[in-house]
Design a binder for this molecule. Structure first.
Ligand SMILES: NC(=O)c1ccc[n+]([C@@H]2O[C@H](COP(=O)([O-])OP(=O)(O)OC[C@H]3O[C@@H](n4cnc5c(N)ncnc54)[C@H](O)[C@@H]3O)[C@@H](O)[C@H]2O)c1
Length: 295
């Protein structure tokens, strides 16, 4: 397995492309938006610069990594000759079903089709293809080049052989894969999202301010980042989509998204990526804020 296609050049897609390319894989990075590709490639370059500055990699490693990535705006051109697809497009069920229908038609018959979805059913995605045994969840964490975990989600029909191949490949990426079953939110988000939602509810109820809530969880629970800051970093639209998938999937009101989260997404306040969420990331302060998140 040498040739990888990554669908979506956003927050996760550019990190996934970066990680595969740095480990020597040929990566086709595909997005419907040229602007998203340009932003994604600029982010990869900036993140590699940071690694060079820290002497984790050399300038030659940076050039080789960038050289391993080819970009496409056409799905057809980008997947004709690949062994594995990792889909990291927007978290939307209808969009993912359409992409997987197309991938099934366009990819070589033996290619494995993985999705980085945070919560959508792998089994449901697999069902629109003619190869459900080769569809699997490969859930990377954000920021991908830094975070060790990959949650590997077996759909109802995913075979042992495909699961083992993806577990092994994740180890080749110097990640630690963990296998889980296919239920809404899997493990990571089933536990994380109710905590983020409760933090937003705490703010909505006027119990404390943004800084106070984050300070309590950072200093009191030794979390590296406060929950509201983490929600901004993940993307408030992504958090809302995941909560809705769990709410619909379990039919349990404990997953109902807080009205404040719903309102903020409707108002376009999506967190770091839109410049404003619970915190302000306006251009002049964005780099400084993001740097602090990683500090
Ligand atoms: N943000 C996180 O922290 C995080 C963590 C783990 C998993 N995920 C999952 O990763 C996926 C991507 O999330 P993100 O945060 O990177 O989103 P994002 O909004 O940053 O990027 C999504 C990208 O997909 C592109 N896209 C949309 N439709 C497309 C299509 N038909 N073909 C190709 N590209 C298309 C968009 O142009 C955009 O660049 C989602 O499924 C999300 O649930 C996100």
């Amino acid at each position: 397995m040498k040739n990888i296609a990554v669908i979506g050049a956003g927050t996760m897609g550019n990190g996934i492309a970066h990680t595969f390319a740095q480990c020597g894989y040929n990566v086709n990075l595909i997005d419907i938006s040229q602007a998203a590709i340009d932003r994604g490639m600029a982010t990869i370059s900036k993140n590699l610069d940071r690694m060079v500055a820290k002497e984790k990699i050399s300038e030659a490693d940076k050039a080789e990594t960038l050289g391993n990535i080819t970009t496409y705006t056409s799905l057809k051109d980008g997947v004709s000759n690949i062994d594995l697809v990792v889909e990291a497009a927007t978290e939307n069920l209808d969009l993912k079903l359409k992409i997987f229908k197309d991938l099934d038609e366009l990819c070589p018959a033996n290619a494995i089709l993985a999705t980085n979805t945070s919560s959508i059913s792998i089994t449901q995605i697999a069902a629109v293809t003619s190869r459900p045994e080769k569809v699997i969840g490969m859930h990377f964490m954000n920021p991908v080049p830094i975070m060790k975990l990959v949650e590997i989600i077996r759909g109802y029909n995913t075979t042992d052989e495909v699961t083992n191949t993806i577990m092994e490949m994740s180890r080749n990426l110097k990640k630690i894969p963990t296998e889980v079953n296919d239920y809404p939110g899997f493990v990571a988000n089933r536990i994380l999202m109710p905590m983020l939602n409760e933090s937003i509810e705490t703010l909505y109820n006027g119990v404390a301010g943004v800084q106070e809530i984050d300070t309590v969880m950072k200093l009191g629970m030794a979390h590296p980042m406060g929950p509201l800051q983490l929600a901004d970093f993940i993307g408030l639209d992504v958090c809302l989509s995941i909560l809705n998938v769990m709410y619909d999937g379990f039919k349990n009101p404990k997953y109902a998204p807080c009205p404040l989260l719903v309102n903020m997404v409707a108002a376009g306040k999506l967190g770091v990526k839109s410049g404003e969420g619970f915190y302000d990331y306006s251009e002049s302060r964005k780099a400084e804020k993001v740097a602090k998140m990683f500090a």
